[in-house]
Design a protein around this ligand. Structure first.
Ligand code: ZN
Length: 160
C-alpha cells in the first residue's frame, strides 16, 4: 500500500475491506473480466443496461487494496449513468491517476474518485487503479475476452 495521504488512504482501505456492490448480478446484460498480471489483480464486472443507462452494476474478484477499492468506488460512481457519462468519467479518472491534466473543464465531477489522485505518484499502482475501468469499457462494448492491463498504454502515460 503506497503512502497516500491520510483521508484518501482511509477511504481506499474502507472500500477494500468492505467493497460495495460485491456480488454476482443474476440478471446482468453485460459482463467482462479484467486481469492485471503485474499485481495479480482480477476483477469481474456485471452490468445491467436499460437502454443507454447502467441501471445496476456489481463486481467480484480478488486483488490488492487499490484494485478492490477502485472497483468498489467505480460501481458506486457509474450506477445510473449513461454510457457517455461513464466514458467521460473513465477519461477523467484515467487522467487523474496517470498525472495528466483533466480533459478541459468539461469533465464530470470526480467526487469520491478523487481519493485516487495520489496513485499518479506510484506508476506501478496505476494499473491496479485503472483495471476495473478498462473492464467497464470492455463490458460496455459487450466484450467477452479478458481485459489485460498490459498493452493498455497506461505505462507510457505514467512514465511521462
Ligand atoms: Zn494491484
Amino acid at each position: 500500500m503506497p503512502d497516500l495521504s491520510g483521508l484518501y488512504q482511509e477511504v481506499i482501505l474502507d472500500h477494500s475491506k468492505r467493497p460495495r456492490n460485491f456480488r454476482v448480478l443474476p440478471d446482468a446484460s453485460q459482463q467482462a473480466d479484467g486481469y492485471n498480471p503485474l499485481c495479480g489483480d482480477k476483477v469481474k464486472l456485471y452490468l445491467r443496461l436499460e437502454g443507454d443507462r447502467i441501471s445496476d452494476i456489481s463486481f467480484q474478484g480478488a486483488g490488492c487494496a487499490i484494485s478492490t477499492a477502485s472497483a468498489s468506488i467505480l460501481t458506486e460512481t457509474v450506477k445510473g449513468k449513461t454510457r457517455a457519462e461513464a466514458d467521460a468519467l473513465f477519461d477523467a479518472f484515467h487522467a487523474l491517476v496517470t498525472g495528466q491534466p483533466l480533459p478541459g473543464d468539461q469533465h464530470p465531477p470526480l467526487g469520491k474518485l478523487a481519493v485516487f489522485s495520489g496513485v499518479s505518484e506510484f506508476p506501478v499502482r496505476v494499473k491496479c487503479a485503472t483495471l476495473a475501468w478498462h473492464t467497464l469499457k470492455s463490458a460496455l462494448r459487450g466484450g467477452s475476452e479478458v481485459v489485460s492491463t498490459e498493452g493498455s498504454g497506461d505505462e507510457d502515460l505514467a512514465a511521462r
